[in-house]
Design a protein around this ligand. Structure first.
Ligand SMILES: NC(=O)C1=CN([C@@H]2O[C@H](COP(=O)(O)OP(=O)(O)OC[C@H]3O[C@@H](n4cnc5c(N)ncnc54)[C@H](O)[C@@H]3O)[C@@H](O)[C@H]2O)C=CC1
Ligand SMILES: C[C@H](O)[C@@H]1OC(=O)[C@H](O)[C@@H]1O
Length: 251
C-alpha cells in the first residue's frame, strides 16, 4: 500500500524536491501551493508522476486558517489520514529590524509558524482518531539556532518550529507519531535568490561551508525522506541540522 504524504509549500524549492522524492517511492503526494502558484505546482505534479507516484494538488494559503481546514477536509475525503506530514512552506522577506512593521511580522509568523501549527493539528487529529502511526517532519532552519540581522521576524518562526516539534513529540509519540525538525543551512532556492545577488554574502557562505558548496534542494529532500523510513522510528523531538558543516565552522 503506498504511503500518503502531504508536503506543504511544494510548488517550488525544497518542498518540490521533497514531493518528488516521495513520488519516487510511489507515494500518494499532496502538493500544497498558495494562490498564484498553480503552474509551479503542476510542474511538481509532473515530477511526482515521472517517478511513479500520484499527486493531489490543493491550493491553500497557510496563513488563512479556513483554507487550511478546507485543505484538510479535501485530503481526508480523497485519501483519508496521512502517513507523513512535511511542514515545509516558508517565507523570508529580508528586512532591517527597524523597518519590520506589524503587518510583515504577522505575515511571516502566520505563514511559517501558525500555518504549521494549524496544519499539524488538523492532520494529526485524524491520524490519532484512526489510530494510524506516522511522521511529522518540519522544515526549520539553522536560523533556529543563530540570528540574522534582516531575519528577526523569520528566525523567531524557525525557533518556534523546532520548539513545536519538541512539544508535539511528547503529545503524539504515545500515538506512534514521531515529530522532528530538519534544519537546512544555506540552500539555493528562490527564498534567497535576491539576497545572494550580494556577492560578498555568497562568498562568505561558500567559504564557511566545509564541504565546499551551497546546498541544493535534493540535499534536504533526501534527509527528510530518510527520516520517514522505518530505521528512523526512534528519532523523536530532534533538531537535525543539514548544513554541510556551516554551523560548526567558527574558526
Ligand atoms: N533555502 C534555504 O537556504 C533555507 C530554507 N529553509 C526553509 O525551507 C523551506 C522551503 O523554502 P525554500 O524551498 O528554500 O524556498 P522557496 O521560496 O523556493 O519555497 C517556498 C515554498 O513555500 C511556498 N509558500 C510560500 N508561502 C506560502 C503560503 N502562504 N502558503 C502555502 N505555501 C506557501 C511556496 O509556494 C514555495 O513552494 C522554508 O520553510 C524555509 O524557511 C530553511 C533553511 C534554509
Ligand atoms: C533565506 C536564507 O537565505 C536562508 O534561510 C535560512 O533559514 C538560512 O538561515 C539562510 O539564511
Amino acid at each position: 500500500m503506498s504511503r500518503t504524504v502531504l508536503v506543504t509549500g511544494s510548488a517550488r524549492g525544497i518542498g518540490r524536491a521533497t514531493a518528488a522524492r516521495f513520488g519516487k517511492e510511489g507515494a500518494r503526494v499532496v502538493v500544497n501551493y498558495p494562490p498564484g502558484e498553480r503552474d509551479h505546482a503542476d510542474e511538481t505534479a509532473q515530477l511526482i508522476s515521472d517517478g511513479g507516484g500520484t499527486s493531489l494538488l490543493v491550493e491553500a494559503d497557510l496563513a488563512d486558517p479556513q483554507a487550511v481546514q478546507r485543505m484538510a477536509a479535501e485530503v481526508h475525503e480523497e485519501w483519508g489520514a496521512l502517513d507523513v506530514l512535511v511542514n515545509n512552506a516558508g517565507i523570508c522577506p529580508f528586512k532591517d529590524f527597524f523597518d519590520i512593521d506589524l503587518e510583515l511580522w504577522d505575515r511571516v509568523q502566520h505563514v511559517n509558524l501558525r500555518g504549521a501549527f494549524l496544519v499539524t493539528q488538523a492532520f494529526t487529529k485524524r491520524m490519532v482518531d484512526e489510530g494510524k502511526p506516522g511522521r511529522v517532519i518540519s522544515v526549520s532552519s539553522i536560523s533556529a539556532w543563530v540570528g540574522g540581522s534582516q531575519q528577526v521576524h523569520y528566525c523567531t518562526t524557525k525557533a518556534g518550529i523546532s520548539s513545536l516539534m519538541k512539544s508535539l513529540a511528547i503529545v503524539l509519540g504515545p500515538h506512534g507519531i514521531t515529530c522532528n525538525a530538519v534544519l537546512p543551512g544555506a540552500i539555493a532556492t528562490d527564498i534567497n535568490k535576491d539576497d545572494w545577488t550580494n556577492a560578498e554574502k555568497l562568498d562568505y557562505f561558500n567559504q564557511r561551508i566545509p564541504v565546499g558548496r551551497i546546498g541544493q534542494p535534493d540535499d534536504i529532500a533526501g534527509v527528510i525522506w530518510l527520516l520517514s523510513q522505518p530505521e528512523s522510528s526512534y528519532l523523536n523531538g530532534s533538531d537535525v541540522l543539514v548544513d554541510g558543516g556551516m554551523f560548526v565552522n567558527l574558526q
